[in-house]
Design a binder for this molecule. Structure first.
Ligand SMILES: NC(=O)c1ccc[n+]([C@@H]2O[C@H](COP(=O)([O-])OP(=O)(O)OC[C@H]3O[C@@H](n4cnc5c(N)ncnc54)[C@H](O)[C@@H]3O)[C@@H](O)[C@H]2O)c1
Length: 320
């Protein structure tokens, strides 16, 4: 029987998940909650099911198997804990919160309830990333250069407000840092320098737009992240320098250089469809090990990004 799926937050990314779930199959979308009544109504009309503007009412009225939490970073206020207590499996969009204390409480509630969790680091599901993990196995990683470069200078709403989004490193470049963690392992400490270069003196914008992070990795290697919200074009990925390999893994392709030999692999498939379908399959089988990014693991990526913000504010390295 199809799993009964509800949405909390029916904005941009939620609609992408709704389309993915429709493609992946295995789930029946039955309820849609958004503070904006028109958005909930539109989702219900497009995908079937009932619209809600109050989360508690939806939780009370619907028998749900899984909840897709697609709230902006500042709007996590205990909804995951309420769902976990009812035994509802949780998909949560990154970043899972702006507070380590809050994220820790949700992680505890998930563990206590014994439910499955998945966080929206869909790049982990790209076939070329699976290949990169295989290729890197057993190699000594000496250095990682991660990057997230794009132009966000036209953004309005919650994104350019530090208290609401956490800034680019927390909200966006988190994908590059998470990919780095997936391929090269955990981070021990971070020293960050931030600058505001492109958007200055605008009342709707208080986030830095250029960022450099230096990190020590648990494997003994060194890492950096260059993250810009003011550079045209789009480029994101991690370049990993090993004993005898140079591996550049972007969000859509892999290039592996060993001596004079270069191998290039382009990704295939839509990682969001793969991720969402996989989460439903994992729930059906009761297998958290099928999920590549659990809530508890995503909290570790959040910790790196929040430590970077702290380091930039203090002008000192921060240990994790
Ligand atoms: N995985 C990815 O690649 C990816 C891509 C884009 C966004 N995201 C993440 O998804 C999350 C949502 O981003 P978005 O772009 O969809 O934002 P959005 O602003 O388009 O949508 C958010 C929706 O949540 C609703 N909302 C806000 N507070 C609410 C509350 N308390 N109760 C109910 N509804 C509420 C808003 O009305 C809005 O419709 C963010 O954390 C973002 O970082 C992930």
């Amino acid at each position: 029987m199809a799993l009964r799926v509800a949405f909390l937050g029916c904005g941009g990314i939620a609609n992408a998940h709704m389309r993915s779930l429709a493609k992946a199959g295995g789930g029946k979308m039955v309820a849609f909650c958004d503070a904006d009544e028109a958005r909930a109504a539109k989702a219900a009309q497009d995908f079937g099911g009932k619209p809600y503007t109050e989360f508690d009412k939806m939780l009370q009225a619907e028998a749900l198997d899984v909840l897709w939490v697609c709230l902006p970073p500042f709007a996590h206020e205990g909804q995951e804990i309420k769902a976990a207590r009812k035994g509802i499996h949780l998909f949560v969009e990154k970043p899972v919160s702006l507070s380590m204390d809050y994220a820790g409480e949700v992680a505890k509630a998930i563990a206590k309830a014994g439910i499955l969790s998945c966080v929206g680091y869909q790049i982990r599901y790209c076939p070329h990333v699976t290949e990169a993990r295989k290729i890197l196995k057993g190699h000594r990683i000496d250095m990682v250069a991660a990057r997230y470069m794009c132009d966000m200078t036209g953004m309005k709403g919650w994104w350019p407000v530090m208290a609401k989004s956490g800034g680019q490193v927390v909200e966006q470049s988190t994908h590059a840092l998470d990919l780095m963690r997936y391929l090269a392992g955990d981070v021990l400490n971070v020293y960050a320098r931030y600058a505001q270069r492109a958007v200055v003196g605008q009342p709707h914008w208080d986030v830095p737009d250029n960022h450099v992070l230096a990190m020590d990795l648990a494997c003994g290697g060194l890492a950096t992240l260059h993250s810009s919200a003011s550079i045209g074009g789009w480029d994101a990925g991690v370049r990993i320098f090993c004993d005898d390999l140079d591996v550049d893994c972007t969000f859509s392709a892999l290039r592996v250089v060993r001596g004079n030999e270069t191998r290039e692999i382009r990704s295939a498939g839509d990682p969001m469809v793969i991720q969402d379908g996989n989460f439903l399959a994992a729930i059906r089988k009761g297998r958290q090990d099928m999920v590549r990014s659990s809530y508890a693991d995503a909290v570790k990526t959040l910790a790196v990004t929040l430590a970077a913000n702290e380091s930039a504010a203090k002008g000192q390295p921060v240990s994790l």
